[in-house]
Each structure stands twice: as C-alpha cells, then as structure tokens.
Design a protein around this ligand. Sequence first.
Ligand code: NAD
Length: 292
Amino acid sequence: MKILFSDAFDPSLPGKLSRFGEVTDDKSQLADAEVILIRSKTKVTKELIDQAPKLRLVIRGGVGLDNVDVETAKTKGIQVYNTAEASSVAVAELAFAMMIALPNHLVEAHQSMSEGKWLKKELKRTELYGKTLGLIGCGRIGKEVAKRAAAFEMRVLGYDAVSVESPHIKMVKELADLLPQCDYLSLHLPLNPSTLGLIDKKRIAQMKNGVYLINTGRGKTVVEEDLAEALKSGKIAGYATDVWYSDPPENTPLRGAPNTLMAPHIGASTTENLLRIGEIVEKLIEKFVAEK
Ligand code: NAD
C-alpha cells in the first residue's frame, strides 16, 4: 500500500505510518497512491482523483472538507475523513491571542518601537474585562473561545444556525440582535452558501461603532472590501484575521487598511495539534487496513 503525504504533517508521522506500507511525499507517485494525506494546500479535485486510479482513502488533517470534491470521491468508492476534533484548542488560542493583541495595540507598539518612536501617550489600551463578546458560529472552536472569555470575565453572546448548549454562552436567535450589543466579534464559521459574504456592509452597519472583529474561520465569510472601508472610517476599530480568500491572498484590500492584524493561516499549526492530528490519522489508517 502506498501512502502519499501531499501536504506537511508532524515530521514524526511518516515514520509512524511506515508499518502500514510505503510512505512517500513524491507527488509524481499519485497514480500508485492508495492513501493520500492532505491539509489545506492540496485540492482533491475531480482532475486529481482521475489521476489516482488506486486511491481508496483521503484524510484531511484539519477541520472541514472544502478542499475535497467529496461527491466525486463517493462515486469512486473513496473514503474521505478529516480530523475535525483535533484543532479546537489551537484555533481558539489564536483567536484569543488576536483578541488580546488588538485592543492592546501590540503590533503598533512593537512596530513604533522598532522605528525608534515612543508612543506612550498615543497608544491608549482598552480591557477585555466586562466587555461583550459575540461568537458567530458556536461549534467546537466557538465554545473553546467562550471558556477563555469567561475566564477574562467577559459577557459572551452567541449566534449559530443550530441550537447550541454551552454554560459560557448566552445564545441569541438573530444575528441582527447580536451585532449591536458586542464590543468584540469572533467568527467561527465554515464556508458554505449561507456564510459566504455574511459579514458585509449591511451587517457592519448593524455593529457598534469601534467594534473589534476577529476571524479564524474562513476568509470568504467576510467581504474584504467592506471591512477595509469600515476600518478606514473607524467604524471597525480593528480586524484580526488568519483566513483569506486564497492562501496566500492576492491583492487583498486589507493589506493597506489601518488597524489590521494579519496571520498566514496558522490557526491549526501548533506543535501539540500536529501531534493530535497525527494520532487521528494513524487510527484512521489502522481501521482502513483492518477493514480491507
Ligand atoms: P463546527 O462545525 O464545530 O462549528 C461551526 C458552527 O458554525 C456550527 O455550530 C454550525 O451550526 C455553525 N454555522 C454554520 N453555518 C452557519 C450560519 N450560516 N450561521 C450561523 N452559524 C452557522 O466547526 P469548528 O471545529 O468550530 O470550526 C469552525 C470553523 O473554523 C471551520 O469550519 C473552519 O472553517 C475554521 N477553522 C479554521 C482553522 C484555521 O487554521 N484558522 C482551523 C480549523 C478550523
């Protein structure tokens, strides 16, 4: 059995998987691969599947399957899995790091010091304590963020398409009811037709003036042009994002916008999470081999 590593996983994983067969990261061997391991970069399209006649198992190390043509895979009898439960803490910690960095002006403080400036009077910070956080998408990651916000004594409101139970979140029925109440908003949505461009001009107008927005979900759930406008006008006080229209982004208006904090899609990339993902991948392959 040939196992193809098409994207980067924990460096210890290829060794661990060698007990199941031949392990390679040479993409020219796609035609012989029975198992292919991907993260965000590789797109398992119909074209890729057509070039892999022996393919029986695709495992995506991460949340979501938006880079896999699941329908085509199904029709060819290819099993598709992700490791959805592994990444929640890693992403929640990044969202929280961003939520702390924005109102403390950590980027500006560092940059100005590097440039020899002393902005002690200019950099006015605000606290998370006592503020209202709105979570848009209250699944695994949203709930982990809520726990951390509760420890900072924030009031946490949540909006989700399905009913959610969390001791740390007070759920509201409509997004329009949530937006005007929040000092901070954190997006934890998948990309689907109902979330594409959800945060646009109209939604931004419903937000409090000077709101901070954090996005570690999916880039296309926001309209970047509308956010850039709102950042320029000060309607949004800061936008921190890990996610983009494409990886890496091309010509994003956010690059020139004020008060942005940008990360290169590193939400899942903690050492601990890569090990957790590896453990799940190993179990899935073990099960696949046992059922062969
Ligand atoms: P999850 O499935 O547990 O939670 C997503 C929630 O969004 C669900 O509760 C769902 O009901 C809700 N939702 C879907 N459509 C909605 C809509 N139109 N309005 C309101 N709520 C809606 O997923 P999760 O594990 O919490 O992950 C959330 C997202 O985070 C993933 O889908 C992925 O896009 C993103 N993610 C990013 C990184 C990163 O590296 N930055 C890593 C992992 C996951």
